[in-house]
Design a protein around this ligand. Sequence first.
Ligand SMILES: NC(=O)c1ccc[n+]([C@@H]2O[C@H](COP(=O)([O-])OP(=O)(O)OC[C@H]3O[C@@H](n4cnc5c(N)ncnc54)[C@H](O)[C@@H]3O)[C@@H](O)[C@H]2O)c1
Length: 301
Amino acid sequence: MKVTIVGPGKVGMILAYTLVMRGSAREIVLIGNNRRKAEGEAMDLMHAQAFMKIPVKVRAGDLEDAANSEVIAICASVPMAHDFGDRNSLAVGNAEMMKRILPVLAQSSPNAKLLMVSNPVDVLSYQAEKLTGFPPERVMGTGTLVDSMRFRELLSSAVSIHAGDVRAYIFGEHGEHQFAAMSVAQAGGEKLDDTPERRALCDVAKAAGIEVFRKKGNTCYAIGQSASYVIESILLDQKRTIPLSVAIDGYLGVKDVYLSIPVVIGKAGIERKLQPQLSELEIEQFHLAAKSVRSVIDSIM
Ligand SMILES: NC(=O)c1ccc[n+]([C@@H]2O[C@H](COP(=O)([O-])OP(=O)(O)OC[C@H]3O[C@@H](n4cnc5c(N)ncnc54)[C@H](O)[C@@H]3O)[C@@H](O)[C@H]2O)c1
């Protein structure tokens, strides 16, 4: 149960901390472009894990120390401007970085599951599949998991049901072209009707990531929790249903792009892509999301 986290910044370290607190991994390797800082982070986490029931070994390393990882999470990024507002603005810089990192990691961990967190996550997940040569079942991005959880948290207050029991999914792009699949949203087996108020909550959830960034300079807790949830489902073979950015190969007539849909995630990676029946409007929104992500892919590849 070895997990490598590349990019021990705000997101990478909340992910590492959550994995340690939950006791999901036995070994965590932190790889950054500042070895001294990564060593400090690893030491600090080792001291924290001493409180936990389940021991975890955390260490800093270089790319070769990732060898034989079961899961590799990519949280490395070029810096984001203070007035950051468009995830696609990171595409060129991060795509160049991935060209240097991913082939090396793929060679030394040929059986790893690769979880992309860095933005623009749909574009980088697509590129990651090409750079690693991994089968698409083992390449995924956190996609709209964090957006879905933001939406569920808002819906939860509106319908007075625990967020964990609200089954509502955001589909499409982790960005402007995301949408709530209200036609399949439900809680306790009861359909959550598609009302203008609920659609407005989807817009609030969509804007929330950038709003948090503008207020505190980063977003880290919800995304760190999201990434650890995916990794735990892989390590423990939980087979959870999670909306993730995955290779779309014909769903609703869309191909050759990464977008978020609900999938079953376990030891083998993406074990099943769920194909809910969407409404006409949602299908149209899915196609728009595909067009948007595809245009950024074309600009970097
Ligand atoms: N998918 C999502 O929902 C989501 C949510 C929040 C943030 N993000 C993305 O996650 C990424 C990280 O965000 P952050 O706030 O942690 O940024 P950050 O600046 O705090 O961390 C970036 C890390 O990448 C490291 N890094 C840079 N170049 C590297 C290289 N060549 N090799 C290894 N490490 C390198 C840096 O040292 C730093 O530790 C960004 O792209 C951000 O947009 C995604």
